[in-house]
Write a protein that binds this ligand. Structure first.
Ligand SMILES: Cc1cc2nc3c(=O)[nH]c(=O)nc-3n(C[C@H](O)[C@H](O)[C@H](O)COP(=O)(O)OP(=O)(O)OC[C@H]3O[C@@H](n4cnc5c(N)ncnc54)[C@H](O)[C@@H]3O)c2cc1C
Length: 346
């Protein structure tokens, strides 16, 4: 089997809170998972849209920040050793009729192949991707790793000249955070008004006046300059005036958008952007494919994380009959079974 082929029991499409809990639910039934997400980070809407907002309706947590919930879900999944394939979208899903143990073959936008016995789609509101600004030469420097839509590791930006663009919280927050370790930071925005905390915006303006950062407002990014994929400058313009800001990296923060994308082509019974499922099992109309979380639809559906947790638990129980068709199911509480590495005291 080639390096980019992953054989597993369950392929989970989407690493949002529901997909992550699916790893635990499947693991408790002795099934392994490969989880994919189009984003570079796990966490779905919680991480991408509201990481610092408190959530008040997760049972057992009177209040928990969205990102903290994701960190906990990742921890809860870890004993079951999931494989995460991030920054790649599932593009095709194909039923294998060759009698092989794995009935499904999924391919990703980065050429990875997943062979799975069942599929659970936990794709939320669709695949998230960054809004790409209309900037000349953007694709050249995306390919050479000089354009970043997310900050995975702050350390990657230490000692670098950064041009950050955008007018929302992300742009403002990352200027404040990366200023500490970068050689130089410029913030570019098309107007002198930000959708961010006033106190933080005032700080940016003050730093601009003091020369601690380049406050490049009102300007728009037009062209990326450099040679052989190495970025050297970001050209910005306002009316007839343009200038080039020195840069090693360009970080555009223009928000994220979501698209159902290729899921629409997989022969599933769809209602607008949702997959219709049997609420008793979360099975879709295609045998072997289940859906849970925001993307799943049935009468009385609640678009809440807690409903998604319950749906993926049900989907895993139903998928177990496909993964282990010859073994009888014996229900066990987690408090009786324990988890790998934390067995129940006898
Ligand atoms: C501002 C805000 C506040 C909220 N507050 C609450 C709250 O207080 N309580 C609550 O219960 N809910 C809340 N929600 C809703 C909650 O976040 C969602 O119900 C939850 O995120 C759904 O989880 P999910 O895993 O089903 O989908 P998502 O979180 O949407 O994750 C799905 C993931 O699948 C990926 N994906 C999609 N298609 C593909 C593909 N083809 N290939 C690879 N990856 C793919 C996406 O990139 C995404 O990361 C809030 C939502 C928002 C926006």
């Amino acid at each position: 089997m080639s390096e980019n082929t992953h054989a597993t029991d369950i392929a989970i499409v989407g690493a949002g809170p529901v997909g992550l809990f699916g790893v635990f639910a499947a693991g408790m039934l002795n099934m392994k998972c490969v989880v994919t997400d189009s984003l570079e980070l796990i966490g779905g809407q919680c991480t991408a849209l509201y990481p610092e907002k408190p959530i008040f309706d997760i049972p057992g947590h009177p209040s928990i920040e969205a990102q903290e919930l994701i960190v906990n879900l990742e921890k809860q999944a870890a004993p079951f050793e999931p494989v995460y394939l991030l920054d790649q979208q599932i593009m095709t899903v194909e039923k294998l009729d060759d009698g092989s143990e794995h009935g499904w073959r999924l391919t990703t936008s980065k050429g990875s192949i997943i062979l799975a016995k069942a599929i659970i789609i936990a794709a939320g509101v669709g695949a998230f991707g960054p809004n790409r600004p209309p900037v000349e030469n953007l694709d050249i420097y995306e390919k050479s790793g000089r354009v970043h839509y997310l900050v995975k590791r702050k350390e990657d930006f230490r000692g670098k000249k950064l041009v950050i663009a955008g007018g929302g919280d992300s742009a403002v927050d990352w200027v404040m955070s990366l200023k500490e370790i970068a050689e130089r930071v410029a913030i570019v925005h098309r107007r002198d008004g930000f959708r961010a905390a006033d106190a933080n915006v005032d700080k940016l303006r003050q730093w601009g006046r003091d020369g601690e950062i380049d406050y490049v407002v009102p300007y728009q990014v037009k062209v990326l300059h450099g040679e052989n994929g190495v970025l050297s400058g970001v050209e910005v313009a306002h009316k007839d005036e343009s200038r080039i800001l020195e840069a090693d990296m360009f970080l555009p923060f223009y928000g994220l958008s979501s698209k159902l994308g290729p899921i629409a082509e997989w022969g599933l019974d769809l209602d607008k952007k949702h997959i219709m499922v049997d609420p008793a099992t979360c099975a879709s109309n295609v045998p072997g494919i289940f859906a849970a979380g925001d993307i799943a639809m049935y009468p009385g559906k609640l678009h809440l994380i807690l409903a998604g947790f319950s749906e993926i638990e049900m989907a895993c129980h139903a998928a177990r009959d496909i993964v282990f068709p010859d073994t009888e199911y014996k229900f066990e509480y987690s408090s009786a079974k324990g988890v790998p590495g934390t067995p129940v005291p006898s």
